[in-house]
Design a protein around this ligand. Structure first.
Ligand SMILES: NC(=O)c1ccc[n+]([C@@H]2O[C@H](COP(=O)([O-])OP(=O)(O)OC[C@H]3O[C@@H](n4cnc5c(N)ncnc54)[C@H](O)[C@@H]3O)[C@@H](O)[C@H]2O)c1
Length: 323
């Protein structure tokens, strides 16, 4: 099968591309290597597969309509699109909403239009737990998500709704996965776990954007999510929204304790509270279990051990985070 993965040089995209290539899929990656974080890291993310014969990379911007048209024109035999490309990051979006509207909403729309033009019938979209805003936990898919805390989840909500209309009016299957804090190799450098590990290893100060005792996240092992994506590549859903989380939230304090235990080193912190943050993420995952047999099985301690073991084997420039 031939799969388009947008954002293939990013954290989740590079993990998914590796996962699909290992299972015999052909992958067309699209990524513009933007500078939300260092493009050097994105080049590093693709190093293990960019020469793979079953992989082809388009260094293009999905918000450019004619570039997207051209890619799809060259690949009308695509079986599914897994759309991961986006400006992610809640905090940055508060001051830069325009960037998020252009890349996340317009970009999604350009891809959907080309799926419809070429009769590509399976579209899988990466949404986010932050769409739930201040809803009570655990978060359920049917909750009202019209009042998120920042532009980033607002653009994901807009895309979810546009996708709903595309599935309703056309012969297009759409699955929206709301990801909950995936942990794994190549994790984005702006996320808490790499920052905490770098703080422990290199005495870099970790900024506390929230009270660590009263904020928590539903950390989820990335491979559990990749299996879920593959199951929908194989068996499309007409239009479904599913949470992909671990259903077991952990406070930031507990994550910090876990990092200190596994590294055997202390983390240095400084308070710098910021707007737009979620207090808690906590997924109800009954729907994904029932529909696609989703079954996350990895504990936080194992996720941190896997990440730390991988991290220690990377080159010095990467480990130090000097990029
Ligand atoms: N990592 C998380 O904790 C998390 C949680 C919830 C949802 N998500 C979603 O999952 C997806 C992947 O996230 P990630 O953590 O891998 O982020 P990432 O920033 O590492 O990857 C996104 C990739 O998309 C590319 N990109 C962005 N705009 C583009 C454009 N206009 N054209 C082409 N490429 C573009 C970037 O260069 C980047 O390589 C995103 O849609 C994100 O919103 C991530």
């Amino acid at each position: 099968m031939k799969i388009i993965v947008t954002g293939s040089a990013g954290y989740i995209g590079s993990n998914l591309t590796t996962y699909l290539l290992e299972r015999g899929y052909e992958v067309l990656g699209i990524d513009n290597f933007n500078d939300y974080y260092s493009p050097q890291v994105k080049e590093f993310n693709i190093q293990n597969f960019h020469n793979n014969k079953k992989f082809r990379l388009y260094r293009k911007d999905i918000s450019n309509r004619s570039d997207v048209q051209e890619i799809f024109k060259q690949n009308p035999d695509t079986d599914a699109v897994v759309h991961l490309a986006a400006w992610a990051g809640v905090t940055y979006s508060v001051e830069h909403p325009h960037t998020y509207v252009v890349n996340n909403i317009l970009g999604t729309n350009n891809l959907v239009d080309q799926c419809l033009n070429h009769k590509i019938k399976n579209f899988i979209f990466a949404s986010t737990s932050s769409i739930y805003g201040d809803n009570p936990t655990p978060f359920k898919e049917e909750m009202d998500t019209s009042t998120p805390n920042a532009p980033y989840p607002a653009t994901k909500k807009a895309s979810e709704v546009m996708l709903y209309t595309a599935a309703k009016n056309h012969d297009l299957n759409v699955t929206v996965f709301r990801f909950f804090n995936p942990l794994g190799p190549y994790l984005r450098p702006d996320m808490a776990l790499p920052k905490l590990i770098r703080s422990a290893e290199y005495k870099k100060v970790f900024e506390l954007w929230q009270d660590p005792n009263s904020s928590s996240r539903d950390y989820t092992y990335i491979n559990d999510m990749l299996k879920a994506i593959e199951s929908v590549i194989k068996k499309p859903q007409k239009y479904e929204i599913m949470n992909l989380g671990n259903s077991s939230p952990v406070s930031l304090s507990d994550l910090m304790d876990c990092v200190e235990k596994i590294t055997g080193k202390e983390v240095e912190t400084k308070k710098k509270y910021l707007p737009g943050q979620m207090k808690e993420t906590f997924a109800d995952i009954k729907k994904a279990k029932a529909l696609i047999g989703y079954n996350p099985i990895t504990s936080l301690e194992d996720m941190v051990k896997i990440y730390y073991g991988w991290f220690l084997n990377q080159p010095d420039w990467y480990k130090k985070g000097d990029f």
